[in-house]
Design a protein around this ligand. Structure first.
Ligand code: AMP
Length: 323
């Protein structure tokens, strides 16, 4: 099916349902929260009487992108489920997937699980916010200002300010249209994403000082509980900071690990400037994009094994480049 027809089909399905649930992945990032809330606002603006709920655990640091709704799945009547920004059913947050029969998936990760009758997966799109921008601009969905702000923030965040490789002419075209149509104040929006407490900058200094860098240009750090306490940050700070270690000459891939005591799991954020890492992450209860992945690991030995595999892929990458 060509893309134009697919977008029309998505719009028609939205039009034909009175109850719509919009879900995204667990442990959401700004793109996941921004795109789900933007789509909700666009649908509500276009079809005033529809019930549209955004579901999943709320994350206080992203409240500026919108609040989550409470959902009682037992009272829903033939709802449409729209799943954004997640390739696998097991990582969808806040719903019982088996309860839904009409399902739309819109995602920019490499394809994993089949979810529904309508699927738009573009693993070359910079973000799902970019795809939702395209959907709104190319259909009769309206674009309220708050939705445009969210979409801008989602695109900026997932493309790392238009610096990652899936930033394309289409990204810039859609962002230009978004700004033109909604008159958003982009300078004030950057503050939402990038304003942070000084403690986080000091913590970044701690990470920079303590990162282990191998001879294969892989950098890693297990962040101790003591460091988290000493710098007065929370465990989400590592996820927040991992992107700041790009463009360091001596590092081509890097991983930060924190131990989440509540869930008894090691949370790993992995990034790369060349070697493909998502196939390695997926062996350790993880996954993601070729150059930006994460993993949730039960035992520390596996964390070490993951590091060893990442180091090895860096070694191979360097060798191949020498040829
Ligand atoms: P993060 O490092 O948490 O920002 O995640 C980077 C990318 O990896 C995002 O696309 C996440 O959806 C994905 N990701 C993170 N953790 C996991 C996991 N445990 N399983 C699958 N994908 C993940």
């Amino acid at each position: 099916m060509n893309l134009g027809t697919l977008k029309k089909k998505i719009f028609k399905s939205i039009k034909n349902h009175n109850e719509i649930i919009i879900a995204r992945h667990i442990g959401p990032d700004p793109d996941a929260i921004a795109s789900t809330n933007a789509l909700k606002l666009a649908i509500k603006e276009t079809f005033k009487n529809k019930k549209v709920l955004v579901v999943g655990k709320s994350v206080s640091r992203f409240k500026y992108l919108g609040e989550m709704d409470n959902i009682d799945e037992n009272v829903l009547n033939n709802p449409l489920l729209i799943v954004l920004d997640v390739p696998n059913i097991s990582r969808i947050d806040g719903i019982n997937f088996s309860k839904y029969k009409d399902i739309i998936k819109i995602d920019h990760h490499p394809y994993e699980d089949k979810m529904g009758n309508i699927e738009w997966v573009d693993d070359k799109a910079s973000s799902v916010s970019q795809m939702i921008t395209e959907l709104i601009l190319d259909t009769n969905l309206l674009l309220p200002k708050k939705a445009a702000e969210n979409l801008f923030l989602g695109i900026v965040s997932d493309s790392e300010r238009f610096s990652l490789s899936y930033t394309s002419s289409k990204t810039f075209y859609l962002v230009a249209k978004l700004i033109e149509k909604s008159n958003i104040d982009i300078v004030s929006l950057y503050k939402c994403l990038y304003m942070r407490p000084f403690s986080e900058i000091r913590f970044q200094g701690y990470i920079a000082t303590n990162l282990n860098v191998t001879e294969n240009n892989f950098a890693y750090l297990k962040i101790s509980k003591e460091a988290i306490l000493e710098y007065g940050v929370d465990i989400a700070a590592a996820s927040n900071l991992v992107n700041n270690f790009n463009y360091i000459k001596e590092i081509i891939a890097w991983a930060l690990v924190v131990y989440d005591e509540k869930n008894e799991i090691f949370k790993v954020n992995i990034r790369s400037r060349g070697p493909v890492i998502n196939n390695i992450a997926s062996k350790y209860n993880g996954g993601g994009h070729p150059l930006a992945s994460g993993a949730r690991i039960k035992n520390e030995n596996d964390v070490n094994n993951l590091f060893a595999e990442l180091d090895e892929v860096c070694k191979k990458y360097n060798e191949d480049r020498k040829i």
